[in-house]
Design a protein around this ligand. Structure first.
Ligand code: ZN
Ligand code: ZN
Length: 449
């Protein structure tokens, strides 16, 4: 009896020692990461300012890709460039263990920067249509590249804290969609170690710096793009009775399309039908013979877009018939190949990372976010069979003062894609690099389960 009690006591002591040991090693790992992040921050801030001042449009990211490649190489990665046109892949090997892919996108937007920052972009360039346009990192992909380089540097310095392989990728063309797919089509999961997990971070223009947002399950919408050509019969503006006016018909179609979400989609099911452009006509006294519409159609589940797309076709045709348009002049409705699947954050992976991060950042700094109707082609990394669990989280980039002021005055903060948006740089860089490193240590660290 007595020896049994001793055994029990010993077992409890051993367990406590193990728990204490693990807690201690976690605390040590955190301190090590935090001190390396602090050490790297000044030079990462310089890198960020350079990237911010030199933005490039989608599939034009030559200089950004070259810089990311150079930085990953300097950090100790085996680097391959030109993956899926301009993609960069850096592999950091560290013995047996899982493979984790960390992704940063690299493209900027045709937006004229108005932040007034000393390192604001003054760049202009030709877009895909040949128009001269201003360029700005208005979505924060410059800070994503900085997170990636920072994580590579920190993890390369702390190889005794994790085991396995980290694949760092700089992805082109997220904004116009196609960059993720082009990297996958070029053998991202075949030519390089296939990931067990993929993690991405996006800066957030609503969350305070120091907080991280997460959304388990569906987080971003699937995006379909639809073009409609509304035909008419042109003529003199003074003799409408001799024409079939496509301006009036297109206007009716635009209004009728609004009934899809309000009357056809089941309430509670997220869906968006937006007519983003409408073009037709040349002069006030001419009835044109054609009007063109461009739509974006969004939802989460696989069935919802089919129902919405069918409704768009039916409404366009029905409105034209009601206007007396002959069968050979009915609208043409075309679903383009500009498509992004919905982003599904693996709930188990998300829960695991959030659990780990709350130890690093404090549970109150992890913020559950509602799904958004934005699109994000990081979703593609989770769709290749056998499916890899993926998770994208949001790194807060707003100063607490700006957030408070906005709450008090009701004045909205600049959103992503705004000419006024830029994250608070240094604190956001620290938060993003720490988050990437914390995710890797959770998935492949010494204490990984
Ligand atoms: Zn964007
Ligand atoms: Zn973005």
């Amino acid at each position: 009896m007595r020896s049994y009690a001793c055994c029990v006591c010993l077992a409890i002591l051993l367990c406590l020692a193990a728990v204490c040991g693990r807690a201690q090693s976690l605390a040590t790992a955190r301190e090590l990461v935090q001190s390396r992040v602090a050490q790297e921050c000044p030079s990462l801030f310089e890198l960020y300012k350079h990237l911010h001042a030199h933005p490039e449009l989608s599939f034009q990211e030559t200089q950004s890709a070259a810089r990311v490649a150079e930085e990953l190489r300097k950090a100790g990665c085996e680097v391959t460039t030109g993956v899926g046109k301009l993609g960069v892949v850096g592999v950091l090997r560290n013995g047996d263990g899982p493979t984790v892919l960390l992704r940063a996108d690299m493209d900027a937007l045709p937006v004229k920067e108005q932040t007034g920052l000393p390192y604001a972009s003054k760049v202009t360039t030709k877009d895909a249509q040949g128009n001269e346009v201003p360029v700005m990192h208005a979505c924060g992909h410059d800070i994503h590249m900085t997170f990636l380089v920072g994580a590579a540097r920190v993890l390369a310095q702390l190889k005794d804290q994790w085991h396995g392989t980290v694949v760092f990728i700089g992805q082109p063309a997220e904004e116009t969609v196609g960059g993720a797919l082009s990297m996958l089509a070029d053998g991202l999961f075949k030519r390089f170690p296939r990931p067990d997990f993929c993690v991405a971070l996006h800066d957030d223009a609503e969350l305070a710096v120091g907080t991280v947002g997460y959304t388990p399950g569906y987080s971003c919408a699937s995006v379909d793009s639809v073009d409609i050509v509304v035909h008419g019969v042109g003529g003199h503006g003074a003799y409408p009775h001799k024409t079939k006016d496509p301006v009036v018909l297109a206007s009716q179609i635009v209004l009728a399309l609004q009934t899809i979400v309000s009357r056809e989609v089941q309430p509670g099911e997220p869906a968006v039908v937006t007519v983003g452009t409408i073009h037709g006509g040349t002069r006030r006294n001419i009835v044109p013979d054609e009007v063109r519409l461009e739509l974006t159609v969004r939802s989460y589940t696989a069935d919802a877009p089919r129902q919405t797309l069918e409704a768009i076709k039916r409404i366009a045709r029905g409105q034209a018939l009601a206007a007396g348009m002959p069968e050979d002049r009915l609208p043409e409705v075309k679903v383009t190949d500009e498509f992004t699947p919905s982003l599904y954050n693996d709930p188990k992976l998300t829960e695991r990372l959030v659990g780990a991060l709350s130890g690093w950042l404090g549970a109150t700094n992890l913020v559950l976010k509602r799904p958004s109707m934005g699109g994000e082609d990081f979703s593609e990394f989770g769709r290749t069979e056998p499916k890899v669990p993926i998770c994208m989280m949001n790194v807060g980039g707003v100063s607490p003062e700006a957030l408070n002021e906005s709450k008090q005055t009701g004045k909205p903060l600049p959103s992503l894609h705004s000419p006024l948006w830029a994250p608070v740089p240094e604190a956001t860089i620290k938060s993003g690099v720490t988050t990437f490193a914390a995710c890797v240590l959770e998935l492949m660290g010494n204490s990984a389960k």
